[in-house]
Design a binder for this molecule. Structure first.
Ligand code: GTP
Ligand code: MG
Length: 338
């Protein structure tokens, strides 16, 4: 017999640590509600834990019931930290993922963080997609080697993902290329709508495949080409904002690193300083926790990474290079000659 709302409320407070495996384990969520929630993209307890009551409304449940369900889901994955000391505790669960270059890792305070979004932006050929490929390999490494011993979800919007490139990088690290390729789930996004849909429905795939790296390469290309003209800007920003928030919530729920790439636009009116700026305006700027601007050095395979924004790290620059092997450290002699 389904529980009344009062019963659900008391269950929520009296047994906050009860473990639920699937949606229907949650008191008050029957088969019909579960089906609706799944149609809306909520396949896992983790995704419910980071939902808002309003988002669950279309499933036909009251606000109170939605709040109860969310609270139960949160209790299940211990996500509902509020006090600063508890936030600190949550930060201690953050893990780091190596980029493949020690100096770039140092710039980032020890590698990419889980539970946050890292944005790489820069011109064509600056190495954004190459870094994404490298991260797909690195995340599979054991923790002692800078990995997370986990898999990747790669949302490819420009059709630039190449398994051959993964294989090259894997071989260089003496990893089994076949195994490495198996641990990268690639989803081609054909439009911005499709891109949003893929992420909205990603929670189950993330859980089932032990994914702890979520890449969107590129975040903005579809949005940029589909929303042209000033009158569409507000809608584009609103949709991008929602998309980014979904990404943050997945990253938090699954303790995953989230990586997005972004192109740049020329700023015709700038004579000094940077004449480019990333697409997506304030929405992307404010929801990416760490932003890295990539550009080509004057010669060869070397790239310059500049940390433009981080919640707690100082701005700075570092260099790395892109070779057959992947992302690599630049030798000391080049540094000195720079
Ligand atoms: P857009 O997506 O066009 O905005 O560019 P991006 O920033 O994603 O560039 P990407 O990461 O694709 O970098 C392309 C560059 O990486 C090439 O111009 C090469 O310099 C380098 N690169 C890519 N693959 C290889 C490779 O197999 N070997 C070597 N040595 N370099 C490579
Ligand atoms: Mg690219």
């Amino acid at each position: 017999m389904p529980l009344t709302e009062e019963e659900i409320g008391s269950t929520a407070t009296s047994t906050p640590s009860k473990k639920f495996e699937c949606l229907e384990d949650l008191p008050g969520v029957g088969p019909a509600t579960s089906k609706k929630l799944q149609e809306m993209g909520f396949h896992t307890i983790e995704s419910l834990a980071t939902a808002t009551a309003r988002e669950l409304e279309p499933a036909g449940i009251s606000e109170k019931k939605a709040l109860d369900v969310i609270r139960l889901a949160r209790g299940n994955i211990e996500l509902a930290f509020t006090r600063a000391d508890e936030l600190l505790k949550q930060r201690q669960t953050i893990d780091r993922l190596t980029t493949g270059s020690q100096t770039l890792d140092n710039l980032l305070g020890g590698g990419l963080e889980t539970q946050t979004i890292t944005e790489f932006y820069g011109e064509y050929g600056s190495g954004k997609s190459q870094l994404c490929h490298q991260l797909c390999v690195n995340v599979q490494l054991p923790v002692q080697q800078g990995g997370l011993n986990a898999a990747t979800l790669y949302i490819d919007t420009e059709n630039t993902f190449r398994t051959e490139r993964l294989v090259q990088m894997a071989q260089h690290q003496n990893l089994d290329p076949e195994q490495v390729a198996k641990n990268v789930i690639v989803a081609d996004a054909y439009t911005s709508d499709h891109q949003v849909f893929l992420l909205e429905n990603a929670d189950k795939i993330i859980k089932e495949n032990d994914i702890r790296l979520i890449i969107i390469d590129s975040l903005t290309s579809h949005f940029r080409s589909e929303y042209v003209g000033r009158e569409t800007l507000a809608l584009r920003q609103q949709r991008l904002n929602k998309h980014m928030h979904k990404l943050i919530r997945l990253a938090r729920a699954f303790n995953a690193a989230a990586v997005v790439t972004n192109q740049v636009m020329a700023k015709p009116d700038v004579f000094f300083g940077d004449a480019v700026h990333p697409i997506g305006g304030h929405v992307v700027a404010h929801t990416s926790h760490t932003r890295i601007y990539l550009r080509k050095a004057s010669r060869g395979p070397v790239r310059i990474a500049r940390l433009v924004s981080s919640p707690y790290l100082p701005d700075g620059e570092s260099i790395f290079k892109i070779t057959q092997n992947g992302i690599e450290e630049v030798e000391e002699d080049y540094r000195k000659g720079r």
